[in-house]
Design a protein around this ligand. Structure first.
Ligand code: NDP
Ligand code: GDR
Length: 374
């Protein structure tokens, strides 16, 4: 017995034949409630997939980014289903895989905040590192390792300390945080299961990607929200950490397309997705404030640096050292040429358009809140 036949435990779940199995397009997404999970769900539903997602039980509402899809799909042929689960719970992962019988698994679930990983290092290692192993092993336990295509959300944080610029699939890794170290384990266990068990398993090494759905404590969204709120008089000052860090920022919608493309190739491989441009945090601040009509003037240096609103003379951006990291990744700049050549992938949204889209969305939501309060 091999493959699907080798799972007598799940025979009662009415598994299709191997041929039927592959006629279906069934995706399982961990981290479906996050920024990328919501864009990927939209993409896969538009391609006719049945989409299943793993969500964590929470005492507060955590499916806000999926709400529009859930509403759309509720009446339709059971195309979209959420399952309670957690990457720290192996039994649950086996059960979900056995129930869903996916053809593609996207492992996007993670404690994804780099600064928080210094405060929750063990948890981050457990979920981001071992969680990937648990999901891969759940696929094997169900006898599906030759039938499921697996995507691992790897990251430019693997490069950490600059060893080479721009960074490509062949650049050596040097992670600089517990998050980066956990993702390093996840990267290599994905490669290992591909080599050891012949799994179709890929790492997407994705550089920073943002959108109006970005978590509010990541620097881009923190800036665009503050610019919007300050321009409406709802906030007086934005406090940030390292303004000199440089990032290669793209749009999340472009990047989930690349994830899907990685799982449609004849052979599994690892790919960098990036824009090939890098910008300092300071520039993201300037462009966001310009987009809301505030011109900034910088003064001071180090922890004393600040920016004033030229019109009012008030300080609207200041440094708070609590946002500095114990070890920083100073410069990320990716080389996406392999993805462009092999996958035919190319980012569509450039830096200026990204900033404008995020600021516009935050202005609209801030204005509607103001209206609600009146
Ligand atoms: P988010 O932080 O927006 O989403 C993370 C998701 O993981 C959420 O759905 C979260 O659930 C879920 N999650 C957290 N802990 C667990 C757990 N213990 N078990 C199961 N699920 C869990 O991240 P993004 O969407 O931005 O990123 C997606 C993935 O890509 C992450 O793995 C991230 O590390 C990686 N990545 C992101 C990049 C980026 O620039 N955005 C770049 C490179 C890699 P909940 O909503 O309940 O918190
Ligand atoms: P990053 O994203 O660490 O690159 O990880 P983040 O937006 O948190 O930081 C980017 C850079 O901005 C500097 N910075 C600040 N960061 C935050 N969050 N808050 C601040 O106030 C602030 N001030 C300055 C940071 O020091 C850093 O240099 C993101 C996550 O999505 C990861 O999951 C993903 O793997 C990587 O991108 C690629």
């Amino acid at each position: 017995m091999s493959g699907i036949d080798a799972v007598p435990t799940f025979a009662k779940l009415d598994l299709p034949s191997v041929e039927d199995y592959h006629k279906r397009k069934v995706a399982l997404i961990s981290g479906i409630t996050g920024q990328d999970g919501s864009y990927l769900t939209e993409l896969l539903l538009s391609k006719g997939y049945q989409v299943h997602g793993i969500i964590r039980r929470s005492s507060s509402f955590n499916t806000g980014r999926l709400h529009h899809l859930y509403e759309d799909q509720h009446e339709k042929l059971n195309k979209f289903k959420l399952h309670y689960g957690d990457l720290s719970d192996s039994t649950n992962l086996v059960y979900v895989i056995a129930q869903v019988q996916p053809t593609e698994v996207y492992n996007l679930g993670a404690q994804s905040h780099v600064k928080v990983s210094f405060e929750m290092a063990e948890y981050t290692g457990d979920v981001d590192g071992l969680g990937t192993l648990r999901l891969l092993d759940a696929i094997r336990t169900c006898g599906l390792e030759k039938h499921v295509r697996f995507y691992q959300a790897s990251t430019s944080e693997l490069y950490g300390k600059v060893m080479e610029t721009p960074q490509s699939e062949t650049t050596p890794f040097y992670p600089r945080s517990p998050y980066g170290c956990a993702k390093l384990y996840a990267f290599w266990i994905t490669v290992n299961y591909r080599e050891a068990y012949g799994m179709y398993a890929c790492n997407g090494i994705l550089f920073n990607h943002e959108s109006p759905r970005r978590g509010r404590t990541f620097v881009t969204r923190k800036i665009t929200r503050a610019a919007a709120d300050i321009s409406l008089g709802k906030q007086s000052c934005l406090y940030l950490g390292n303004l000199d860090a440089q990032r290669d920022w793209g749009h999340a919608r472009d990047y989930v397309e690349g994830m899907w493309l990685m799982l449609q190739q004849p052979e599994p491989q690892d790919f960098v997705l990036a824009t090939g441009e890098t910008h300092p945090v300071r520039e993201f601040v300037e462009k966001s404030f310009t987009a809301v009509g505030i011109q900034l003037k910088w003064s001071g240096s180090g922890e004393g640096e600040q920016a004033i609103d030229v019109k009012t003379g008030k300080a609207v951006v200041k440094i708070d050292p609590k946002y500095f990291r114990p070890a920083e990744v100073e410069l990320l700049l990716g080389n996406p040429s392999k993805a462009e050549r092999v996958l035919g992938w190319k980012r569509k949204v450039d830096f200026d358009s990204l900033v404008k889209e995020m600021v516009k969305a935050d202005l609209e939501s801030a204005r509607s809140l103001v209206e609600d309060q009146n």
